[in-house]
Design a protein around this ligand. Sequence first.
Ligand SMILES: [Zn+2]
Length: 139
Amino acid sequence: MNTASASRLEAEAILVESGARKRMAFRFSPPTIRALVPARSCGTYLLLDGASPVYVGRSDVCLRTRLATHNHRLHATHVLWEIAQTPTGAFLLEAYWFHHHALQLNQIHPARPAGSLDICPFCDPCVDKAIQNAFNYPA
Ligand SMILES: [Zn+2]
């Protein structure tokens, strides 16, 4: 990415969380997705309306394609994402964000990866409390 492109993208970025968990979200547009999201990577994304999270999802195959064709493109202004090493890792982050944000556009719980027997650890209140204690996350 050249300097002019980087400056333009920075102007379209917003800080969506404060404190120790700062994250940058970028304008949810096809040029931004093509420039910043690697192809053929699995990962998890959070769609935002301004700085407010409205939808969480993931792709186990190609995060760039999923975001470029997303059916909520017109309902979100910004997006942030995290590349995962495995579909299970993407699922766990998706589940975490699903349980820890009030997401107006998510109607159903995230599905586990195809062929996986993994369950959502955040549906178990004991596990969730243990994770909060271990990492000192706010409830
Ligand atoms: Zn759950």
